[in-house]
Design a protein around this ligand. Structure first.
Ligand code: ADP
Ligand code: ZN
Length: 632
């Protein structure tokens, strides 16, 4: 939250002469002021310095290299692994009047020739390239024949060999500094760990670069983690109550559950498409493109979806399965709300998630060190799930950043403080049962059997193994089945219980003894009953048609907002670009609130730069006039 809401008294500052960077920000992008670290980064790079920039998704990394490329003489070269998105990035820039182009394998020879010619003629402000293309001798020769303003290395964590997005071609990028020492380089990433940061600096050969680290807080995202009970139904209720008609991403672990979930949503009136590595490339490209172009489409995906998707109006990210690490969770949830508008990160999490993930690590490939690392990543993720403290505070602390003192007020634990209870006795009961079953040695048992025994349930399997004869049979009637499962889950999360083998058999850990021996208390989190919703008045948008979007505008202004959206959709269709390339929702909202009556007034709105004003000014004013006429 620190540093994002500055500049409230801008008029004071207009007395000092504007820098080239600030002028470009106004003229091209239509924004008033820089955000957070942007100004410092841009100033440094414009002056010719190298920079390594760590900024969360939605923090505004693009401007950090786009503005230097516009201000400095020559063409800015942008290295990005996201070939499928280059066309959209370039379209968005062209809509702003920026002379941008790209070269990648999706083009044929002639198309590439055109771009080359533009580049050599000095007619490009920005040129996007994939790393595998950049390292070709022919490309390097081409670059050598024109003036370069800046090298931007986007998604720079791809150079980190132990990271999940490693691209070998990134390793070759260190040659840029050797061959063009006078051209500033800027490496950017949203991956937050310091280890990755160090690796970027080292492997790209940028020891003298200045480091910029923005706050990783995303205050507009509401974090919520709910106990999983009937996940599909919970998801449906969440979507219908709070995000009817909104675009969003739902992450599942397996391809199968991706397919099933997408099907389930479609059956229930929510337009959803699947996305995973098992689909053919054509289908994946089509679904991604629909997500970018259509409004209110839901994508159900494995983690294969999302990197570099810069759709600004993703209103929610939901997890139906537990992510493997806090880094992964943060990156995925970060895809919500790039435009700064209220958004939700929602996750359903339960006992099976813990059992399954622990099993995966145990049975998975890799050596002991790898397994230990995976386990510690999972432990951190579980700690976030089970915390009774502010979730945002935990996230920030995980990334080594200072959390606010009082709690954020915009996560589930802040909104409804979870209660804790002394679960020592309950834990002892579970652990004693595990001990008794372990003694039998004949067969291993999972949670189900243990809970049945505690509750005194004579299930077929309990009778089969004479477990109703155990001294622990029926000693746990004070809790419900769901509560016992909650206890087991939390014991697993706290490392007081472990799972073993293919069937997820529960076994003791080294630390279990201290609980059984009463040397240690166990504090557990009471399962919350109900959580407040993101937009206060939940249910406002529920049950209604698809197009009705929950947006925080006064009720009477919604029709005008809808009219502008309809106009925008038509423009987008005509030009074959995503709607947000025309104007962001935030811009439309500001137009509705300000009600500009002239081109000059419209130009004052955030997100309306010179080119957009010229292209769309008349159109927008036309919609406003027509609307005012109809109102009278
Ligand atoms: P990142 O690449 O870091 O995820 P982007 O560069 O896509 O973030 O920016 C996120 C959003 O914020 C975009 O919609 C962009 O237009 C907007 N934005 C960036 N900088 C500013 C600014 N100074 N003022 C207003 N909006 C901004
Ligand atoms: Zn909080």
């Amino acid at each position: 939250m620190n540093g994002t809401v500055v500049m409230a008294e801008m008029p004071e500052m207009t007395k000092t002469p504007e820098s080239d960077a600030l002028r470009t920000l106004h003229r091209v992008f239509g924004y008033d002021s820089f955000r957070g670290e942007q100004e410092a980064v841009i100033e440094h790079v414009v002056a010719g310095g190298d920079a390594v920039v760590l900024m969360p998704t939605g923090g505004g990394k693009s401007l950090c290299y786009q503005i230097p490329a516009l201000v400095r003489p020559g063409t800015g070269i942008v290295v990005s692994p996201l070939i499928a998105l280059m066309q959209d990035q370039v379209d968005a820039l062209r809509a702003l009047g920026v002379r941008a182009g790209f070269m990648n394998s999706t083009q044929d020879f002639d198309e590439r020739r055109v771009v080359e010619a533009e580049f050599l003629a000095g007619e490009l402000d920005l040129l996007y390239l994939a790393p595998e293309r950049l390292r070709l001798d022919s490309t390097l020769d081409l670059i050598g024949r024109a003036k370069i303003s800046v090298f931007a290395i986007d998604e720079a964590h791809c150079v980190a060999q132990w990271g999940h997005d490693f691209r070998p071609d990134y390793l070759a990028l260190s040659l840029l500094g050797e061959r063009w020492p006078e051209v500033p380089r800027i490496a950017l990433t949203a991956t937050a760990t310091h280890a990755t940061h160090r690796e970027i600096t080292q492997r790209l050969g940028m020891p003298q670069a200045r480091h910029f680290e923005a706050s990783f807080d995303r205050p507009n995202i509401q974090y919520r983690i709910v106990p999983k009970d009937d996940p599909k139904k919970q998801l449906l209720r969440f979507l219908k109550d709070e995000h009817a008609g909104d675009a969003g991403i739902i992450y599942c672990l397996s391809r199968n559950s991706v397919e099933k979930t997408a099907e389930f949503l479609c059956k229930n009136g929510i337009e959803a498409v699947p996305y995973h590595a098992g689909l053919d490339a054509g289908t994946r490209a089509r679904h991604q493109s629909r997500f970018l172009r259509e409004e209110g489409l839901v994508v159900v995906a494995t983690i294969a979806f999302g990197m570099g998707i810069d759709k600004p109006d993703v209103r929610f990210v939901a997890h139906l399965d537990l992510p493997k690490s806090v880094e992964g969770y943060y990156q995925e949830t970060g895809r919500a709300g790039r435009d700064g508008q209220p958004s939700t990160a929602w996750m359903a999490y339960g006992l099976n998630d813990v059992v399954q993930q622990r099993k995966l690590i145990q049975m998975g490939e890799g050596d002991e060190a790898f397994r230990r690392r995976a386990a510690s990543h999972l432990d951190a993720m579980l700690a976030l799930c089970e915390t009774v403290e502010c979730r945002r505070g935990q996230l920030l602390a995980y990334f080594g950043q200072e959390p606010g003192a009082e709690g954020c007020g915009n996560c589930d634990t802040c909104l409804t403080r979870p209660e804790t209870w002394d679960g020592t006795v309950a834990a002892q009961k579970v652990l004693s049962t595990v001990v008794r079953l372990d003694r039998e040695r004949r067969q291993k048992f999972g949670t189900l059997q243990i809970v049945d025994i505690l509750l005194g349930k004579r299930s077929a399997k309990v009778i089969q193994f004479d477990h109703d004869q155990l001294s622990v049979f029926g000693i746990g009637q004070e809790l419900s089945e769901a509560e016992w499962r909650g206890v087991v889950r939390q014991l697993l999360a706290q490392g007081l219980l472990a799972v073993e083998g293919e069937y997820g058999t529960l076994v003791l850990t080294e630390q279990s003894a201290s609980v059984l021996g009463r040397q240690r208390e166990v504090h557990l989190r009471k399962e919350p009953k109900k959580v407040a919703s993101a937009r206060g008045s939940a249910g406002k948008g529920s049950g209604s048609g698809k197009s009705k979007v929950a947006v925080d505008l006064p009720e009477e202004m919604l029709p005008l907002f809808e009219a502008l959206r309809a106009w925008r959709a038509e423009q987008a269709r005509e030009q074959g670009v995503p709607a947000y390339v025309i104007f962001h929702d935030a811009t439309l909202k500001e137009i509705v609130l300000a009600g500009p009556s002239s081109v000059a007034e419209l130009g004052e709105i955030g997100g309306v730069g010179e080119k957009k004003l010229a292209t769309y000014g008349e159109g927008v004013l036309g919609v406003l006039e027509e609307f005012a006429g109809a109102e009278e």
